[in-house]
Design a protein around this ligand. Structure first.
Ligand SMILES: [Zn+2]
Ligand SMILES: [Zn+2]
Length: 480
């Protein structure tokens, strides 16, 4: 593009342009005043939180323990999208439930689909089971999942709007032995996390056949006590009367304790199923209590429902999760009739309990070797040396950004490594490295080519003194 020369002829034009330009700026400024950009709120949304690096050792522990038990009990991992069609949840969780009525994050996609952030895991997994024709697989089809879910609920301790669940589901088996095994897996996870004092609560809410009769009895009873119920429960009486039984309001609880109990009104099939489950639990030496008020808040449950609770010395109890049978869900969603059972545990709640009982988080292996460098050539070579060590399975720490050897060695000291490798200008030229034993202070010069073998040998040798952490929670342990 040719430059506009400031000749007499076009001076005017330039001036004019300037004018136009400044006018524009003024216009833009006015616009800015009218619609000032909103400042960015540097906070998570209410009920959501970051999981910071220092928290991750607890999360790692939950992941490792739950993955290990999933593997041991024959569950395969599945991950389903966080977003699903809204009506999947309306149909499965149930129209009259709190979740569907007031807690779902609903939105319309740009394409016009009604979508929802999953409020629980099972509906999506059931959808995937049908969509991918898993009914042809060897049964029971056992699936394990871990991920976040969303409920627009009132946030409080251990209850977030974005929360995480570990979820286990098994499809295609009617036998109550599976119910017992699921309860066993749930208890094992919690106990393997170090939460030893737990209580298993079980109940049977029957099947559609026996629940119809029971529901009538319950509604009659609740109608007679209607004045004593909270506002929500008066409404639930119409939409979902069983939910009155697990209302947290004390006055509703007083009504609920004397209500007819579903276990007393089971059909023959449901009664035998429940009785057999309890026999299996006895056989497992797994202590449980029957809680007739336990109904779970989702419509898809049938027969067995259960929860795992943790208790402290003062008698406070926290529900860590629960689940139950959902023998009609697959059919309701349009698949072929398939009995199923599943449970979920809340990761945030598990971690709060782990901290309360001072359970140990996961300890990641810590580096036992530090690589220090000095001078331009050494710095260049150190990057490659680091990756060579790493490729050979030797965990190394470094502080490449720091200039002085002194400050690098300070980092090495702070990390408590056993060996520091020092690569200076001379060593970089000679193809050698200084290997310093941090416990004895003894230094030796070794050939860079033999470094890997020498380090491997040294790390295995008993003569290397291993530092133990000094009250530092994330301190390293002896890992080869
Ligand atoms: Zn029944
Ligand atoms: Zn109530």
């Amino acid at each position: 593009m040719a430059k506009v020369k400031k000749t007499k002829k076009n001076k005017k034009v330039v001036k004019k342009n300037k004018l136009v330009h400044s006018e524009k700026t003024r216009k833009e400024k006015n616009k800015e005043i009218k619609a000032a950009p909103e400042p960015v709120v540097l906070q998570t949304l209410r009920g959501m939180k970051d999981i910071l690096p220092e928290e991750q050792s607890f999360w790692d522990q939950v992941r490792k323990v739950s993955e290990r038990l999933a593997r041991d009990y024959g569950f395969s991992r599945i991950d389903t999208p966080i977003v699903e069609f809204s009506n999947l949840f309306v149909r499965s969780v149930g129209e009259g439930t709190d979740i569907v009525e007031k807690e779902m994050y609903n939105f319309i996609t740009r394409g016009g689909d009604k979508a929802t952030l999953r409020p629980e895991m099972t509906a999506g997994i059931a959808r995937a089971y049908i969509q991918h024709g898993m009914q042809v697989l060897h049964k029971p089809v056992k699936l394990f999942s871990i991920g976040q879910a969303y409920r627009y609920d009132r946030p409080q301790e251990g209850r977030y709007r974005e929360f995480h669940q570990i979820n286990y589901d098994a499809f295609g088996e009617l036998d109550p032995i599976l119910d017992a095994q699921m309860i066993q897996v749930a208890s094992r996870i919690v106990q393997n996390l170090g939460i030893k004092s737990i209580q298993v609560q079980v109940n049977s809410i029957g099947c559609p056949a026996c629940r119809k009769e029971y529901r009538e009895l319950l509604v009659n009873y609740l109608e007679s006590k209607k004045q004593k119920l909270c506002q929500d429960c008066k409404r639930r009486l119409e939409t979902n009367p069983m939910r009155v039984l697990d209302c947290k309001e004390d006055k509703c609880y007083q009504v609920a304790v004397n209500a007819p109990q579903s276990v007393d009104h089971l059909c023959e099939e449901c009664r035998v199923h429940f009785k057999t489950l309890l026999e299996y639990l006895d056989e497992l030496d797994l202590p449980y209590v029957i809680n007739p008020q336990l109904v779970r808040g989702l419509d898809y449950y049938t027969k067995t429902v259960f929860e795992i609770w943790s208790g402290d010395e003062e008698g406070r109890k926290t529900a860590l999760g629960g689940g139950g049978r959902y023998d009609n869900l697959i059919k309701t969603l349009g698949g072929e009739a398939t009995p199923a059972i599943g449970f979920g545990l809340g990761v945030e709640r598990l971690i709060i309990e782990m901290k309360r009982v001072q359970a140990k988080p996961y300890k990641a292996p810590r580096p036992r070797v530090f690589l220090a460098q000095l001078g331009d050539l050494a710095k260049k070579k150190s990057l490659k040396m680091f990756s060579e060590l790493e490729k050979n399975g030797i965990l190394v720490a470094e502080s490449f950004g720091r200039g002085s050897l002194k400050s690098q060695l300070r980092v090495a000291d702070w990390l408590g490594v056993e060996i520091t490798l020092i690569l200076g200008q001379k060593e970089a030229l000679d193809g050698t490295v200084i290997v310093k034993n941090m416990a004895t202070g003894v230094q030796e010069i070794v050939s860079a080519e033999k470094l890997i073998d020498i380090i491997k040998r040294k790390l295995k040798a008993d003569s290397v003194i291993i530092y133990h952490n000094n009250g530092n929670q994330n301190g390293f342990s002896h890992v080869v």
